[in-house]
Design a protein around this ligand. Structure first.
Ligand SMILES: C[S@@+](CC[C@H](N)C(=O)[O-])C[C@H]1O[C@@H](n2cnc3c(N)ncnc32)[C@H](O)[C@@H]1O
Length: 172
């Protein structure tokens, strides 16, 4: 079984079920997961700073791999940018779907949620990867989400919520 196989069918299913049209993946790397999302959405924005070499691939090579992976799709836009700069380019309520998988330290994960949550429409879906990482889990759990779900089954677990109330930090 693929390490990643559960999220690869689950999020496309969720996108169809909720009729989500416009999405963003924050943290793209080679576009492996983008490929699964791109086939379901009308438009997918791909945000990555590609600042580091990964397995000897330069940032430019990583970006080229994304283009090759998405060959045949024309419904995506690559944004070579930090998460913060990219978020500032969109109006609030722009997206139906946001998937966060960029930096996995506590402060970055907390900030990414705060940056991208307002960019979602009401009843849009905010999701992310690596809930099994302690720092990511702590960041997600810092917010008072009333309907947090965790997708079990993969080695790296995803989390998701439906936006139905303002974002608040849990002070309990
Ligand atoms: C785990 S990889 C993404 C994997 C991809 N989502 C997938 O499922 O195949 C994390 C990516 O986030 C990017 N990244 C890390 N911090 C970032 C930031 N602050 N802004 C934009 N991209 C960032 C890295 O360059 C890296 O390519």
């Amino acid at each position: 079984m693929l390490q990643d196989s559960t999220r690869r069918w689950f999020f496309p299913y969720l996108i169809r079920k909720f009729n989500l049209k416009v999405g963003v993946e924050v943290g793209v790397l080679y576009g492996d997961f983008s490929f699964c999302l791109c086939g379901e959405l009308d438009k997918l924005y791909l945000v990555d700073s590609w600042t580091r070499k990964h397995k000897d691939n330069s940032p430019e090579q990583q970006k080229e791999r994304v283009r090759r992976k998405l060959l045949g799709h024309s419904n995506y836009e690559i944004m070579h940018s930090t998460s913060k700069d990219a978020a500032s380019k969109f109006d609030d309520g722009f997206f139906d779907f946001v998937y966060i998988d960029a930096a996995h330290d506590f402060d970055s994960a907390l900030e990414d949620i705060a940056l991208w949550f307002p960019k979602l429409k009401n009843n849009g879906i905010l999701a992310g990867h690596d809930y099994n990482l302690e720092a990511v889990k702590r960041a997600v759990d810092s917010y008072s989400f009333s309907n947090l779900s965790v997708l079990r089954g993969d080695k790296s677990e995803s989390w998701w919520v439906i936006k139905n109330s303002p974002l608040t930090l849990d002070r309990s």
